[in-house]
Structure formats: structure tokens, C-alpha cells
Design a protein around this ligand. Structure first.
Ligand SMILES: [Fe+2]
Length: 206
């Protein structure tokens, strides 16, 4: 499996295309904005989307779900606990800024331990509540797509509705820092990092 990063929207959300190099099947993680940019990257790499995945339900991660799901006629999957966040009218100013559209309802509800097939391999779901109740990460090989749970040198904010610092800290310590230390962490915003680097130097965790 390989991945391609497409940075979308004014909040610079990291949308990832995770794909099987041979079959070219791909999962689209967090199409938050700029659908035309995501579509262009998919075309450039000659990928065949098979599913859209959301790490959580915030509007800057789901704003282009509708465009991508319709264009490729693929299912949408996210955690049950964030399905109440998919109407952009709930955050109208930010949604206008992002050009976000209402997301369709998910076709598949994800939970801890689920496997999502992409080409010849699969992504494993880890449930990491805290930033939102339904925040999840996707793991394959030595890579974690962490959403807004853990960043390079930072952690997700917990002051938005449904956020919990206690849950976030537990998720990071028990579900992420327990992964192999060389695991590459690909967050929902900003640069990549590793489990080892965050365990040793993240100011929110040391
Ligand atoms: Fe978020």
C-alpha cells in the first residue's frame, strides 16, 4: 500500500488517498474540501476509489464527502458516534468558508477492530475518542492515519461539543503510544511524525 497526501481547504486538512499499487484501488480519507483537487489527484495516479472514510465528523473533514461519494458511486464509512455532525447548517460560517456540502449518511458504521478492504490488503480501525466521541484512526503496516487525535507536537482540541480531554489522553496513551514506536503517524493537519517522536517530545504528553 502507498498513500498520497492532498491538502484541502483553508484549514489545510490532510486528505489521504491510500492505495494498492497493483490494483490501484484506493480509500479516500477525509475529503474535507476542494473536491476538484482530490479528483485531479485520483486521476493523476489512475486510482479507483472503493470507499470514503472519515476520521471524525468535523466539517473540515467531511465537507467534500458528498462530491466524492457521488462522483465515484462509493460507500461512505465513519464511526457511529459522529454521525450526528453531518449537516453543514450546524456550522454555517465555517461551512461557507470551506464550500462544504451536507454529507450523505454513512453506508457503513465503523467500530474498533473493523477491517476495511482496499485492494489486496486492509486498514484496521482503532477507536480513539476525545477530539470527538467518534474519532477513529486507520492502521496498516507501519502507518497510522490519526485524524485530529494526535499531531506532530500537538493533540486535538477538546473544547468543541463532545470533546473530552480525559478521553483524548487515554486514547493517545492506550491506543496510539502502544503501537510500535517506529509507526509513522499521518495526522489530519500538518506534518507527519512517529509514535516514538511524540512519546518522547510531545509537550502535551510528557
Ligand atoms: Fe476536527
Amino acid at each position: 500500500m502507498k498513500y498520497e497526501l492532498v491538502v484541502v481547504g483553508p484549514l489545510e486538512t490532510n486528505c489521504y488517498l491510500v492505495y494498492d499499487e497493483e490494483t490501484r484501488e484506493c480509500a479516500v480519507i477525509d475529503p474535507g474540501a476542494d473536491p476538484e483537487k482530490i479528483v485531479a489527484a485520483i486521476a493523476d495516479l489512475e486510482l479507483k476509489p472503493v470507499i470514503v472514510l472519515n476520521t471524525h465528523g468535523h466539517v473540515d473533514h467531511i465537507g467534500a464527502n458528498s462530491d466524492i461519494v457521488r462522483k465515484y458511486a462509493v460507500p461512505l464509512a465513519m464511526h457511529t458516534a459522529d454521525t450526528g455532525m453531518l449537516k453543514v447548517s450546524d456550522y454555517i460560517e465555517l461551512s461557507l468558508l470551506l464550500g462544504a456540502r451536507n454529507s450523505p449518511a454513512p453506508d457503513r458504521l465503523l467500530a474498533e477492530g473493523d477491517e476495511i478492504a482496499v485492494g489486496r490488503t486492509s486498514l484496521r480501525v482503532i477507536h480513539t475518542p476525545g477530539h470527538t466521541p467518534g474519532s477513529i484512526g486507520f492502521v496498516y503496516g507501519g502507518v497510522l492515519f490519526s485524524g485530529d487525535t494526535l499531531f506532530c507536537g500537538g493533540v486535538g482540541r477538546t473544547d468543541l461539543p463532545g470533546g473530552s480531554w480525559k478521553d483524548l489522553e487515554r486514547s493517545i496513551r492506550e491506543r496510539i503510544l502502544t503501537l510500535p514506536e517506529e509507526t509513522v503517524v499521518l495526522p489530519g493537519h500538518g506534518p507527519w511524525t512517529t509514535v516514538e517522536q511524540e512519546r518522547s517530545s510531545n509537550p502535551f504528553l510528557t
